[in-house]
Design a protein around this ligand. Sequence first.
Ligand code: NAD
Length: 548
Amino acid sequence: MTMKEFGVTSGGNLRCRGWRQEGLLRLLENVLSVGEDPANLVVYAALGKAARDWPSHDAIVHALTTMHDDETLIVQSGKPIGVVKTHERAPIVIMANCNIVGQWAKADEFYRLEQDGLICWGGLTAGDWQYIGSQGVIQGTYEIFRRIAEQHFNGDLTGRLILTSGLGGMGGAQPLAGRLAGAIILCVEVDESRIKRRIESGYLQDQATDLDDALRLAEQARAAGEARSIGLCGNAADIFPELLHRGVAPDIVTDQTSAHDLIYGYIPRGLSIDEARAMRQSDPGGLSKLSLASIARHVQAMLDFREKGSVVFDNGNLIRTQAQTAGVSSAFDIPIFTEAYLRPLFARGIGPFRWIALSNDKNDLSRIDDYLLKTFSDNPSVVNWITLARQHVPVEGMPARIAWLGHGDRTKVALAVNRMVREGVLSGPVAFTRDHLDAGAMAHPNIMTENMKDGSDAIADWPLLNAMLACSSQADLVAIHSGGGGYAGYMTSAGVTTIADGSSEADERLSLTLTNDTSLGVMRYADAGYSESFNEIQKSNIPYINLR
Ligand code: NAD
């Protein structure tokens, strides 16, 4: 199958009985069109898949194109199980992806189930067709860099060097986020094709020929006071220690390799990509050990940079957990980005909200940008982000935008957009969704919920409640995900998508879904004792029962 076949559909022709089904079908096409390995249904993060296998994919497409508004498609780990009669206010699709019973939720059991064709991992936004390309995490990464700038560099990253690795589906957002934040960013990536892909998509500027060339390009940018993104082909477990050895002192250090997966994700030093791939079949246990040893070296270098004064943080890939297993006892001295930089936003229900123009018409995105700039003119962070994004963030797949909006604002935008669809201001419907890494939607004790004030890190009730609430609120797609590969047993999360098709029913669906989603998020943080949440509850009249 060639890449050309993974396109998206444009315009107003419906292949389904309505826009709710058609919209979800277009989102499925979209995640494959921007995915890392669509021929194998892999969207990102090494094994995050859009469907279990091709027969499952085709059966999902068939179900979406034939089902009525009063029916619901049930998907179990990427495989359609049945279309049942429900009612017109029920979700069109419900999913449970990769949920394994507690004691069995381990990487080895996941791989066995996966190889036996019984399960697949949906990542966060892959399995439920919400991924919008590298853009999906770009604002989050940008906000982290901006917060570091404020906390450590007087708000200015000019001339500052960020060192990171991994230019995959999500990590590919780093070079553009770093550049937009005003820094020089050096990204080490072991797979040269990923570097070329990010250059082609406009996320990365240069590829250095070797480490000397990378440092020369960084120095040139520093001298000129320019923001710059530089890709370097190499293994982070070699390059990070080599930079230390040379006495290079980056200002900020992080990593976004697929370190969570020791077999299908992280590439150990000393192995070519082909050699690592071959070992996946011939000696997965040996490969896993090599990955752990390299991660130990990689994280030790991050700790050494920290010792020398760099601001170092974990960007949500379980690399500290793996390093700790490999014997790096101080790995958790490195803070997680959520706790260090973003938690005050989550506590107010502000998080990675996004929308996708189902018409595939870029003008629709632009009209929504205009609306946001006008409506939020008194909110500098929204104005700053939308201005930057419309100028610099390339369109990947269907036109989509991410914007960190909070309680009330999400509903306001969605209702305005639904009105714009109804009045013909936009050329087609728009899907509203968000990352699972959102206030009420994820329990992940080593990423999202690490060091919660009340110690509630591992309680997965919140994402489960979130999904049930989304169903009760008439969302169009609701999914419950748990971790696969190295994430098995580490996380549970919930995803939700609702289509603004211009109807009055969509007004109700959007209003209930989005308002209740962020309400639960704020209540979750209030329940854990975050003062920002209590302020939001008071300001927005969120019906929290306070028994604290
Ligand atoms: P991906 O599998 O698409 O890309 C990972 C990249 O790392 C690949 O390009 C791979 O070649 C490269 N790589 C592997 N080992 C390497 C090494 N030793 N040195 C240099 N490069 C190496 O994964 P992704 O979607 O980009 O996600 C990356 C990680 O980030 C995952 O663990 C994912 O779960 C996590 N993640 C975090 C967030 C967040 O909110 N912070 C969001 C999404 C994903």
